[in-house]
Design a protein around this ligand. Structure first.
Ligand code: F6R
Length: 590
């Protein structure tokens, strides 16, 4: 995930800036850069880890008491030196670092290009220094030119900007991407996250959306978009540095679960790119998903969606099994590879086989990863780096991409509208912490769990069970709700809790009856149901209510309860959920 630092010091700034940006390394990144201001802008940047780039170009060896730095997690354009931040204007008088995505950058790029601006990178960010240059050329100062610029931007941004025409300050701005300021006797700071500057100061001011900030040696000044001053409270941070990396959460996994409402919004903003990719597909009459683990479960939901909405024959194959199916591939099959890391060996091998005969699409979280270089088309999920080993937020972003893909393949406006209406529902999902903790406490000693669901929510059951296995070491099995009576019901007794996924919709009654059958055999049933479901009230304290959405959209929301349940059981069992035994974040062996 991208990170920003800016420092105004009364000594050479680069050593402090580089030490500070290194504190954001844990978030994952692929390139780094620094710019300071003296009588000119001085820039050093490169792709790779900070230490690697530093050993080649000595990032700290750069003059100036004021500077900005960035670690980039590629979104637009591959992780190259040209695409690394900071980015500058034509005259190299303005330098900008940016976190976020500028959605209207193509229009701005065209406008600036027509006016003679020359661009050096493939990034959305580069339009920003050029816009500021345009407004400064028209006579505005750096602050006003930044104000004029941010008023033209659509999308998310946290910005830090320096200019050799005004070498005494940093200007910053924020919209939907975090930005904080820090103050101390030794200097004043800007950063995207507290850990970056916590060793310099614990006196922090949080900016809100649509605010602009000026940082200089006298202090900081925060303004609204009309440059009216805003009074801000200074917060004293009491976290230790490790807690700070996790944003105050105990583990990365829970932090990443809490990011999910924002990730739903961010991934939905990829809609137009998905629409464009769909237009480029050749003719196909069959779809085949290939993936492993959690990505396989996301693919299964894709299968249910495509079969039920579009009627194109679709199958999902585990990547490690793919080589045994390759004979049926042809040039009328679209093969979709779903992978968070883009580096899973089984999935890479399957892609190499598939591309010889079929058109391929990859749905990937990590820009520039191996799979993105092999596939014919790539859709990026917008989850940011995931540090917890168990996939949580990347699953949600994979699902959003798959739903968007299906909506555009099917030209289904109703599905698109439903997806967009989710954004308003997600906040209430994370309010059940106490209730889930109570359930986790009650069942943490169980040796086995069943998870059941039907249709779209059968994969949710599989994914809930996988989360349980991975981070609690309890055996969990996901089953189609109707299948238990064909064998596994023999196992059911009062030692095995059964989690039932029961959203409203066509399969509700059948799943409800299956749960009653299980209950009649003595099992404790934990139900995930809709807020307005009165039929399930006799399941008492084992109920987790969710927003009222139809079963076809429920996989996007109900899984959050199951991620939290697994998380809190791992806490009860004193297991570190971020680093489960025997597992790796990226599985690069077959
Ligand atoms: C489960 C998990 C794994 C991965 C699987 C595929 O929490 O993380 O099951 O989903 O190893 O990894 P990617 O998606 O990187 O191909």
């Amino acid at each position: 995930m991208c990170g920003i630092v800016g420092c105004v010091l009364n000594k050479k700034a680069a050593p402090t800036i580089i030490d500070s940006i290194k504190k954001l390394e844990y978030r994952g990144y692929d390139s780094v850069g620094i710019a300071t201001v003296t009588d000119k802008i001085n820039v050093k940047k490169g792709s790779g880890k900070i230490d690697e780039v530093d050993s080649k170009i000595n990032l700290k060896d750069i003059d100036g008491n004021i500077g900005i730095a960035h670690v980039r997690w590629a979104t637009h354009g591959n992780p190259t030196t040209e695409n690394a931040h900071p980015h500058c204007d034509c005259k190299n008088k303005i330098s900008v670092v940016h976190n976020g995505i500028i959605e209207n950058y193509k229009e701005l790029y065209q406008e600036l290009k027509n006016e003679g601006h020359v661009f050096k990178s493939e990034t959305d960010t580069e339009v920003i220094p050029h816009l500021i240059e345009k407004y400064m050329d028209e006579g505005q100062d750096l602050l006003t030119a930044t104000q004029s610029t941010v008023k033209r931007l659509i999308g998310s941004y946290a910005l830090a900007i320096i200019s050799s025409d005004e070498p005494d300050k940093i200007i910053g701005a924020r919209n939907e991407s975090p930005l904080i300021a820090g103050i101390s006797e030794n200097g004043n700071y800007l950063a995207s996250d507290v850990p970056a500057i916590l060793s310099e100061t614990n006196q922090i001011i949080y900016l809100e959306d649509k605010e602009i900030i000026q940082v200089d040696k006298n202090g900081i000044k925060i303004m609204d978009l009309d440059l009216n001053p805003i009074e801000k409270e200074v917060t004293t941070i009491t976290w230790d540095p490790e807690m700070a990396e996790k944003g105050g959460f105990d583990h990365f996994m829970i932090k990443e679960i809490y990011e999910e409402p924002q990730i739903i919004k961010d991934t939905l903003s990829e809609e137009n790119k998905i629409k464009e990719i769909v237009k480029r597909f050749k003719n196909f009459n069959r779809i085949c998903f290939v993936a492993c683990g959690t990505s396989y479960h996301a693919s299964l939901i894709g299968e249910y969606l495509i079969e039920s909405k579009i009627g194109i024959p679709t199958e999902v194959i585990l990547a490690s099994e793919f080589e045994y199916f390759k004979k049926t591939l042809d040039d009328h099959t679209l093969v979709i590879f779903v992978t968070q890391s883009g580096e899973t060996a089984d999935t890479i091998k399957a892609l190499k086989i598939a591309k010889k005969k079929s058109e391929t699409l990859a749905i990937v979280n990590v820009v520039g990863s191996s799979i993105t270089r092999e596939a014919d088309h790539v859709i990026y999920t917008r989850a940011g780096p995931e540090i917890g080993v168990a996939a949580t937020k990347t699953y949600i972003s994979q699902l959003i991409c798959i739903y968007l893909l299906v909506a555009y393949l099917d030209e289904n406006q109703e599905l698109l509208d439903k997806l967009h209406s989710l954004s308003g529902l997600t906040e209430e999902l994370l309010t059940k912490e106490k209730q889930i903790q109570t359930i986790a406490k009650k069942y943490s000693k169980a040796k086995d769990f069943f998870y059941i669901g039907r249709g779209f929510n059968y994969p949710t059951a599989l994914e809930g069970a996988l989360k349980l296995k991975e981070i609690t070491y309890i055996h969990g099995e996901g089953y189609p709700a109707g299948e238990l009576k064909h064998g596994p019901l023999a196992l059911i007794d009062d030692n095995i809790p059964v989690v039932g996924i029961l959203p409203p919709g066509p399969s509700y009654n059948k799943t409800y009856n299956n749960l009653q059958e299980i209950r009649a055999r003595g099992a404790d049933v934990i139900i995930l149901g809709a807020n307005n479901d009165t039929q399930i009230s006799d399941f008492e304290d084992k109920l987790l209510f969710n927003p009222i959405i139809d079963e076809e959209l429920a996989p996007l929301l109900y899984i959050i309860d199951l991620q939290l349940l697994a998380y809190y059981i791992s806490i009860e069992k004193n297991i570190d959920p971020d680093k489960p035994k025997n597992l790796a974040k990226s599985v690069t062996v077959e």
